[in-house]
Each structure stands twice: as C-alpha cells, then as structure tokens.
Ligand binder design. Structure first.
Ligand SMILES: [Fe+2]
Ligand SMILES: [Fe+2]
Length: 306
C-alpha cells in the first residue's frame, strides 16, 4: 500500500474511529487503580530499615509470579507502543485522540499491578526493576506494519492480553489479584472491541487488502512481551500451566475474531483477496494442529509426572 493509499484509508476510516471513540468513552469506566491495592500490607524494604524481599514472603506460586511479572513488563513497555501507534495512526483528529486516550488507560495497568506486587511482596522487586529497565531499553518495534496490518495485529493482541490477564488472575488464587486483573481485562476487552470494529469497517472499504492483513497477522503473531528478558522460558511455563497456550490462542483469541469478521463468507473478492483467504485457512489449520500436538504432549508429560 502506497503512502497515498494509506492516507486515503486513514481518512476513510476516520468516521469509524470517531464513532468508536465516542462509544468507547460512553462505556469505559473511570476506575481508580488505588482502590485495588491492599496498602495496609505494605512495609519498608531494607534501605529504609525494613526487611529485604525474600521468596517466602510471596503468597503467589512461582508460576503465578512468572505470569504476573510477564504481564506487568509487557504493560511497562507502553512508551514504545505509544510511539508505534502514533507513527501508524498519526497524531491528528480522532486517530490521535484515540491513541492518547488508549495510552492513558493502558498507563493504569502497569502502575497498579506494580503497586500490588510491591505492597504484597509478590515478586522480587530488584529483579523486577532490572527486567523493566531491560524491557524498555529493548523497546517494541512492530516493524513498521502497514495500517491494516497494524489494525489486525492490535485486535488480536488486545484480546490476547485480555485472556492472559484474566487467566493469570484466576491462577493467582488471591482474590485481590484476581479482582485487579479482571478489572484490567475489562479495559483490554474494550480496546479489542474498538480495533475489531475498525477492522470490520476496513473489510467493507478494502476487503482484499484487509484479508491479506488478517492472514499475515495470524501467521506472524508475536506477543508484545516477546522482548521481555527470558520471554521464551517464561511463556513456556505459562503455557504448561494452561494460563496462555496455543490452544487458548487459537480457540479464544484468533477464532472469535475471525468468526466475528465473517471472513469466510466475504463475497466479490479479487484474486489477491481469495489467495489471502486461502492462506488464512491454511494458517488456522496449522495453528489448530500445533495446538493439538501441544496439548497432547503436555498431557503426556503430566501423566509421566514431568
Ligand atoms: Fe493493558
Ligand atoms: Fe489494551
């Protein structure tokens, strides 16, 4: 897509952005992050004369700690996401207003998860801070995705983040963490709906290019947390625990959106659009097969007590 075509598409989609920004503002709750943190449990760390952190102080299981830490570090990288979105969507009009609003909402997520973890001594605060520094220095580079690819990606990514927070909350076995993460997941759900509606509108304006974008983003999907130090190891543990695995990715993230967009019912596609749809069908089949193999291997490992 040329720069000229991208500008034309941004303009064509602007009414949808405006309409969905209004809908979003009417449905989003201005919730207060400080209300979700058990401040009374807080106490000084070593330098201020208190006790240093030790693993025994955490009420979270090691896997719950890993999942919360990965979710938090992913949220921490917000400055990079903001600049990537500004680069793609621009800073003007409804697009710019959306990016700023979205950024303000996302900013709550990292701050209240960190407050919860520091107050409850859920994770090693020194390790967490070093990982935050490393994550922000790595930054997030979406690879200059074209506009429609960026819209498809963030639809999947917001839903993936929603599912990941929700499942992590359940896994924590702490009602305070569960309440906090369920609240954050509600924000992610509204973000997903915003982008889902945008892709829906794009499918009507430019069905062939939008189908190509959806197919490419299903094939190449990478979690935004992939730049977090030790991501592969952390993601593997989280998958083993069933918090976020390939089965969940296929069933609860990719398929609900693909179904919602009714891409297999789209008519009057050109040859490129048809090819994109075939590529998408092949990618979905391959993802489903990988998910089935993963679940099988995990069940075998659990049966062997590994
Ligand atoms: Fe978030
Ligand atoms: Fe979000």
């Amino acid at each position: 897509m040329t720069a000229f075509e991208t500008r034309a598409l941004l303009k064509q989609l602007e009414a949808t952005v405006e309409e969905n920004l209004d809908r979003h503002l009417a449905s989003a709750e201005n919730w207060m992050p400080h209300e979700y943190v058990p401040w009374r449990e807080g106490r000084n760390y070593a330098t201020l004369g208190g006790e240093p952190w030790s693993a025994g102080q955490s009420r979270l299981s090691p896997i719950a700690r890993t999942a919360l830490e990965l979710n938090l570090l992913t949220e921490d990288n917000l400055p990079s996401y903001h600049s990537e979105l500004k680069g793609t969507y621009g800073r003007n009009g409804a697009w710019g207003a959306w990016v700023n609003r979205w950024t303000a909402e996302e900013g709550r997520h990292a701050s209240c998860i960190r407050d919860y973890l520091l107050v409850t001594r859920g994770v090693d605060p020194g390790h967490l801070e070093r990982a935050r520094m490393a994550t922000l220095q790595a930054g997030w580079d979406s690879g200059d995705k074209p506009l429609l690819h960026a819209c498809a990606y963030v639809s999947f990514q917001e839903l993936a983040t929603r599912v990941s927070h929700r499942n992590t909350g359940r896994y924590c076995e702490d009602p305070i963490a569960e309440r906090l993460l369920a609240r954050i997941a509600m924000d992610e759900n509204l973000h997903m709906i915003f982008y889902r509606n945008l892709v829906q509108a794009a499918l009507e304006i430019a069905p062939n290019q939008t189908l190509r974008a959806i197919a490419d983003e299903v094939v190449g999907f990478v979690m935004p947390g992939s730049v977090v130090p030790g991501f592969a190891r952390k993601a593997a543990r989280i998958a083993q625990a069933g918090i976020y695995d390939l089965r969940i990715h296929h069933d609860d993230v990719i398929m609900p959106l693909v179904r919602h967009w009714r891409v297999f019912e789209a008519e009057a596609l050109d040859a490129d659009g048809e090819q994109a749809r075939q590529d998408l069908a092949a990618a979905l089949g391959a993802l489903d097969a990988r998910a089935a193999r993963f679940v099988e291997r995990r069940a075998e490992a659990q049966a062997d007590g590994r």
